[in-house]
Design a protein around this ligand. Sequence first.
Ligand code: ADE
Ligand code: ZN
Length: 324
Amino acid sequence: HAPAHSLLGLPKAELHLHIEGTFEPELVFALAARNGIELPYASVEELRQSYSFDGLVSFLDLYYECMAVLRTERDFYELAMAYYERASAQGVRHAEIFFDPQAHTSRGVSIDTVIDGLSRAAADAHSTLGITGGLIMCFLRDLPVSSAHETLESVAHRVGDLIGVGLDSAEAGFPPSLFAEVYSRAAELGLRLVAHAGEEGPSDYVWEALRLLKVERIDHGVRSLEDSDLVDYLRENRIPLTVCPLSNLRLGGHVAFNALPALIEAGLFVTVNSDDPAYFGGYVGDNFTQIERVFGLSQSKLVELAQNSVVASFAPDSRKQQLL
Ligand code: ADE
Ligand code: ZN
């Protein structure tokens, strides 16, 4: 086996990363103090000790609780810069970052505050670290569809600040079909389309995301393995899956974690990503290190996974060529 540091050095694109999921406990405490907010945890250690989840919803409860201390443009900027610095050290050269505007606007933070802070960080990450990419705005699928429509229309005047739209939050009971019109409007605005599907929800949701939302990539998609026709479709159409091994391990246990080698074995277009690294025990390089260690993937397979992330990205071809 090649040493882990060479895995960190592989040029990678991060395609499934919630910026609010990079909120490390130390920064949660620092921003809470700056904003005069009292947290229901006595210390950083006590907060970190609560990071034990029995599924997606139990994680999301803590995720939304922590992000509620983000208030100002500077908060969002500092959150994102901290991410870019860690990601750069693990080989990330291009990052397409999710954010959850409704989780902020519902607390009275304006969407412009959020996008301004994150965009300024993306611009600085480009000039100081050479990281390309941008922002993918996600709709919270467990909120009313009308709220997703309103959120999209509220940024129609600045779609140039976004790469695309995504769909996240609690999956079971919130099928992609609900959001077909929202996605068709996003496409009309020139936005690229992705969606979480088949993480905890059934493989039917992956079909819906492909057929009704017309997404170009599936985020997670691990439950696709339950439908062999779907597996064939994903292989034949080279649909990228943004798989997040440490997330699957922490939220779904070993059954979900073991999807990764099965998806690779099935010949699917798999990428490796970190989802919510502050909560799941590691950034994207750590995900590579773990899958090498646990599944014994060969160096050439790991290089291929890193290259897949570049190919599956929305970077211009000229940028992809630089990174391959
Ligand atoms: N929001 C943040 N992380 C998520 C995940 N893994 N699935 C759905 N929604 C999320
Ligand atoms: Zn996710």
